[in-house]
Design a protein around this ligand. Structure first.
Ligand code: NDP
Length: 282
């Protein structure tokens, strides 16, 4: 079975849209997201455009701040300080990666945690680990929404996560733990990788290596979640899993594109609404 991220994200966005309409009616305030992008990375441009489109679709105001690659760290931090103070902005997202001369760590730390709709600020990371959070990082939360929608049981299952990035792998592990899975996290130094991935009931792959996971790494009947988005030389997109091979072995798999990607943006919309609610009622 192919897990349809477009379908599920449309459901999530429909719910957000209805709640945004209610929120605006009751409070006379439109939830607003500031998206800051520095430089002209083509992939970032696509993501920013998609985020803008999603905001329009659900009734969230979207403000784009496109800064040149030559922007200094001070200039970026000063913009973030302004956005933190601006009562008309409820969510702030800084599109990664940033140019080399700007510290991602400093920038993420500068965002007011209440407006940190990506949930990358250490305070929100800590809240996730403690299981006491307002926002969840968009991609792992999107994966959980997909599994919920398809009634895929997590409790007691062995979830193997391939990749340990701060954005995907690590938060994914915490969410799976919270959902009572038994969790194994693998990375580039893991030995006997295939042996471990073959034990997974749910295999989440986020490594950034096109078609890395082949059929012989998957337990028959496993659920495979492919987070990877890789641009191939011919311009097409491929995941980190060889979908054609995996489909024959797995019971369910997310396609690329049209799997996890659309969910990431749907959760971002949800987080922006949550941020607006929190700020207006605080
Ligand atoms: P990172 O590059 O930050 O992390 C990659 C992780 O994979 C690292 O932990 C690395 O291990 C591990 N890894 C790399 N090679 C191997 C290998 N051969 N065997 C085992 N582990 C390996 O990537 P991200 O987490 O940011 O992204 C991963 C993929 O997901 C990318 O394709 C990205 O484009 C995509 N992505 C998709 C999103 C979506 O919305 N669908 C959102 C975010 C990312 P180590 O730590 O040891 O170096």
């Amino acid at each position: 079975m192919l897990i349809d991220g477009k379908l599920v994200s449309a459901h999530v966005k429909e719910t957000v849209k209805n709640e945004v309409t209610d929120f605006i009616e009751k409070n006379g305030v439109t939830p607003a997201l500031a998206v800051v992008v520095v430089g002209d990375d083509p992939a970032s441009a696509v993501y920013v455009r998609n985020k803008h489109k999603a905001c329009l679709a659900v009734g969230i105001a979207s403000h784009e701040f496109a800064l040149p690659a030559s922007t200094t760290e001070e200039e970026l931090l000063s913009l973030i300080a302004d956005l933190n103070k601006n009562k008309d902005i409820h969510g702030i997202l800084v599109q990664l990666p940033l140019p080399r001369h700007i510290s991602e760590e400093k920038v993420l730390l500068a965002i007011d945690p209440k407006k940190d709709v990506d949930a990358f600020h250490p305070m929100n990371v800590g809240a996730l680990v403690a299981g006491n959070y307002d926002f969840l990082p968009c991609t792992p939360a999107g994966v959980m929404e997909l599994l919920r929608y398809y009634n895929i049981e997590i409790e007691g299952k062995h979830c193997v996560i391939l990749g340990r990035s701060n954005i995907v792998g690590k938060p994914m592990a915490h969410l799976m733990l919270e959902a009572n899975a038994t969790v194994t996290v693998c990375h580039s130094r893991t030995k006997n990788l295939s042996e471990i991935t073959r034990q997974a009931d749910i295999l989440v792959v986020a490594i950034g290596k096109p078609k890395f996971v082949r059929a012989d790494m998957i337990k028959p009947g496993a659920v495979v979640i492919d987070v990877g988005i890789n641009r191939m030389p011919d311009g097409t997109l491929a995941g980190d899993v060889d979908t054609a091979e995996a489909e024959a072995v797995a019971s369910a798999i997310t396609p690329v594109p049209g799997g996890v990607g659309p969910m990431t943006i749907a959760v971002l919309m949800k987080n922006t609404l949550t941020a607006a609610k929190k700020q207006i009622f605080s």
